[in-house]
Design a protein around this ligand. Structure first.
Ligand SMILES: Cc1cc2nc3c(=O)[nH]c(=O)nc-3n(C[C@H](O)[C@H](O)[C@H](O)COP(=O)(O)O)c2cc1C
Length: 222
């Protein structure tokens, strides 16, 4: 069974709506799923205090993310609001603390994918996703983008090949059906690649495989 960790930060619910759809999609597909929020930072900049409080109540039972949630997963999907064209600082703070698992190579070959919610069109969703891809390169993980082939990506609210992005126009919980279709596709594709990596990394006749022993000669603890 493929394991998926959904890691997110959200303050007015849009990113969390994508997470909920991804979780349902993955469970329906037979995956095992952990939904995890990254820890909050002191003195967060909150625009919509009502929505923030509502989401805090709705996600009170969602555990905080830990490094074990990354180790456990075959696939990791990261969702973030856009902050000045970047991922939210809560997400970046969590990534900053992944050194103990990233540096020894324990996140290598995991299938990883990113999605984002911003308030306006062309205002940084793709930049935030690509910024997360930078970190995924440091993890040695395998980035799964959406590409542009699926019909759902050609719906009016979609289109980015990098990952699902929503336009909230500062409205809480305002994710469209188009965007829910895109995250559904993104989740299935991430699980597909994670499954292929799990199968493909096992030695099979006729396929040239690089053994863990050979990679350990580079000082990796895998
Ligand atoms: C500090 C801060 C900076 C933001 N910067 C951007 C931005 O650069 N581009 C954008 O489209 N939205 C920006 N926003 C708006 C949020 O990204 C947007 O409301 C998003 O839908 C929130 O997602 P959430 O509902 O999951 O919290 C910013 C919000 C805050 C609080």
């Amino acid at each position: 069974m493929t394991t998926l960790t959904l890691l997110f930060h959200s303050r007015s619910g849009n990113t969390y709506q994508l997470v909920e759809k991804a979780a349902k999609t993955a469970l329906d597909a037979g995956a095992e799923v952990r939904v995890r929020k990254v820890p909050e930072l002191p003195d967060p900049m909150i625009l919509d205090k009502g929505a923030y409080a509502e989401l805090a109540t709705a996600t009170a039972d969602v555990p905080d993310a830990g490094l074990d949630d990354l180790l456990w997963a075959d696939a990791i999907m990261v969702g973030t609001p856009v902050h000045y064209g970047l991922p939210a600082p809560q997400i970046l703070n969590f990534i900053d603390h992944t050194g103990p698992v990233a540096i020894p190579g324990k996140l290598m070959n995991k299938a990883v994918s990113a999605f984002a919610s911003g308030s306006m069109p062309h205002a940084g969703q793709q930049a935030a996703i690509l910024a997360l891809h930078n970190a995924f390169c440091h993890w040695g993980a395998v980035i799964v983008p959406n590409g542009s082939a699926a019909a759902v990506l050609h719906q009016p609210g979609n289109g980015a090949p990098y990952g699902t992005g929503t336009i909230s126009r500062h409205q809480a919980n305002s994710v469209t059906e188009d965007n829910l279709g895109a995250i559904e596709y993104q989740t299935l594709r991430t699980l597909q690649v994670a499954g292929a990596l799990g199968r493909g990394l096992r030695p099979e006749p006729g396929i040239t495989m690089v053994s863990d022993e050979r990679l350990r000669t580079f000082g990796l603890d895998i």
